[in-house]
Design a protein around this ligand. Structure first.
Ligand SMILES: [Zn+2]
Ligand SMILES: [Zn+2]
Ligand SMILES: [Zn+2]
Length: 598
């Protein structure tokens, strides 16, 4: 069952709270088709928070410490469901070869989907790992390679499987970290813009797409009080595009220069006849089709007149979303090409409005591209003698291959334009996740007349409910192997290293810093960054009392004002002396044709 407040994507593109759902309504399935809701049940059950794993460092480092606004991770993917709700997961089945020099073996590892008995007697199908050893000889290597190929051909690249939240613990750590949820691109749309402009849904003519592009451009660089967009005059491509595309709607861009012409031109979009010269035959706001869209479709918020991306845009028709995003990129985006892979593009869009940031995230994901949001603190800077105050800013980072190229092909601004791809490959985006208990909550069970999976508002693919999650179910296992880093709030099942106490309880990130600097706090266990150590060194050593009562002298921890200890040898000294193992390793080039995982 899903926690009340979970938002579902309806078949008509609208978003609805699962708590307000009625029998007979149509929800959207993952393939864009629709399914009828056949039952809605209510209960109170233990729920879990399913949350995307990210590389955001929102809770560490100086940034978050100084600016509390930066602690939040925006638009992290996730949802809340009951302990017996089923998750649709995928895991890679690619077999691998490891070389264990210790036992002089090649170890081939592979996975199988197998029936497994749970503690309460249910049989579930989950991936399990197996391995087989081969001697470290040329013949053994050949046999290992043959075996690897055989396994690769028999298992396929990926396995899709379903597992209830309470059974996640049964997965081996290796399988758990390689199991992913997904969100799907949205191929259908609600056709609101087309209906507003033409009276008909889904009529996405060049004129309608042009309007979507203009709206994106205005959201990026427009003025809220009139149809005016500031355009860089050096960007001739964009200026030409504006003139050319404006014509379709009878819009004529015009600007007046200041006494000293500025590089940024404030271009007004007039509506009316171009050459007749009579001022009274053209209008800025009256009858202006562009301004009608801005006002009536609420791109300008009624409440305070601020710019916003109305939520119908999140689920607009695919082409409309693309053209709108292209407009936004033309005005506020920065495009760079990634080196690897070559056909991949990275775009960042800056905005100070949370609503626009949210809209960008929803639209980008709906096109089948990953997006993350980082933040910048508000600050005042002096640029060429003038004091400029910068607002708190959201940086939206979009990435994608052909879906992004398709968007960029609609751009008009200088270096941002790309050729249209011959074929757009839009596939689901997979992400790793953690689960965390939330306690007792109101939950809603939804069943449909189809066995297809359904979509949440953030396009995550989830299962509708089944008999197994109707009632509260016991969770008999506790999370195995879950470790808590002793130096930071991070927890996980993998990537923990040997710490100063000899246990393996320090996370990879803290371990990296510790290995590098050797400093750790005696009081709060924090491992400082090199920048923090530099600052502590400037402050100098002081005397303090260590937790065991002895007086120690050392640098001061920036976090808790405790004493930092410097460990010359990081981690306990190894007992074994170094032996020359290089002679045991076969010539390294014979390994080169086997994929090696370390
Ligand atoms: Zn359920
Ligand atoms: Zn840590
Ligand atoms: Zn400390």
């Amino acid at each position: 069952m899903l926690e009340e407040g979970t938002k579902l994507l309806m078949a008509n593109g609208q978003i609805k709270d699962v708590g307000k759902l009625d029998v007979g309504e149509m929800v959207m399935c993952e393939d864009g088709s629709s399914a009828k809701v056949t039952s809605v049940a209510r209960d109170v059950q233990t729920t879990y928070q399913i949350l995307q794993k990210t590389k955001h460092r929102a809770n560490e480092g100086e940034a978050a410490e100084k600016d509390p606004l930066r602690r939040e991770i925006h638009h992290r993917l996730g949802f809340q469901c009951s302990v017996a709700h089923e998750l649709a997961l995928r895991t890679s089945m690619k077999p691998s070869v490891e070389n264990c020099f210790k036992r002089n073996h090649f170890k081939v590892c592979w996975k199988n989907l197998e029936d497994t008995l749970t503690l309460d007697g249910r049989i579930i199908k989950i991936p399990k790992t197996h391995h087989k050893d081969f001697p470290m000889t040329p013949e053994g290597q050949l046999a290992a390679k043959g075996f690897l190929d055989e396994k690769e051909n028999s298992t396929g690249r990926f396995a899709e499987y379903n597992v209830q939240v309470r059974d996640l613990d049964i997965l081996e750590a290796q399988v758990r970290v390689n199991s992913f949820l997904r969100f799907n691109p949205l191929l259908e749309g609600n056709g609101v813009l087309s209906e507003f402009l033409t009276g008909q849904k889904g009529l996405n003519s060049p004129a309608v797409l042009t309007m979507a592009w203009l709206l994106g451009l205005w959201i990026g660089d427009g003025t809220t009080k009139e149809p005016e967009i500031s355009v860089d005059s050096h960007d001739t491509g964009l200026m030409e595009g504006l003139i050319e595309r404006g014509k379709i709607w009878g819009l004529y861009p015009e600007y007046k220069d200041e006494q000293i012409p500025l590089r940024a031109k404030h271009v007004k979009l007039f509506y009316g006849s171009e050459c007749d010269g009579h001022r009274r035959n053209r209008h800025l706001r009256k009858n202006n089709p562009f301004w009608n869209c801005v006002v009536n479709l609420k791109f300008k918020r009624e409440l305070d007149g601020e710019k916003q991306i109305p939520s119908f845009m999140w689920t607009e028709d695919l082409e409309v979303r693309e053209a709108f995003l292209a407009g936004l990129i033309d005005s506020d985006g920065y495009v760079s090409k990634r080196k690897n892979p070559l056909d991949s593009f990275k775009v960042s869009i800056q905005t100070v409005y949370p609503s626009i940031m949210g809209g960008i995230v929803h639209i980008t994901r709906s096109l089948g591209m990953p997006v993350t949001v980082t933040t910048r603190s508000a600050k005042t800077a002096t640029i060429v003698g003038r004091t400029v105050s910068c607002h708190f800013t959201y940086d939206c980072h979009l990435a994608g291959r052909t879906p992004m190229q398709k968007v960029l092909s609609y751009c008009r601004s200088g270096h941002k334009v790309k050729t249209e791809p011959e074929y757009v490959e839009r596939s689901p985006i997979y992400f790793g996740f953690n689960e965390e208990k939330r306690g007792s909550n109101n939950v809603v069970g939804v069943t449909t007349n189809s066995d297809k999976r359904i979509l949440l508002d953030n396009k995550i693919v989830i299962h509708a409910c089944g008999d197994h999650c109707k009632a509260e179910q016991p969770k008999l296992t506790t999370t195995r192997c879950l470790k808590y880093c002793i130096a930071c709030p991070r927890k996980g099942v993998r990537y923990f290293y040997r710490d100063w106490s000899g246990r393996h309880l320090i996370c990879g990130r803290c371990y990296g810093r510790y290995k590098f600097s050797g400093y750790r706090c005696l009081h709060c266990q924090y491992v400082p960054e090199s920048r923090e150590i530099k600052r502590a060194k400037l402050r100098g050593e002081e005397l303090g009392t260590s937790p065991d009562g002895t007086t120690v002298s050392g640098l001061i921890c920036g976090k808790c004002n405790g004493i930092l200890k410097f460990d010359e040898i990081r981690g306990p000294r190894k007992v074994t002396t170094t032996t020359d193992i290089s002679s045991d390793i076969p010539a390294s080039n014979i390994l080169s044709d086997i994929s090696v995982t370390v």
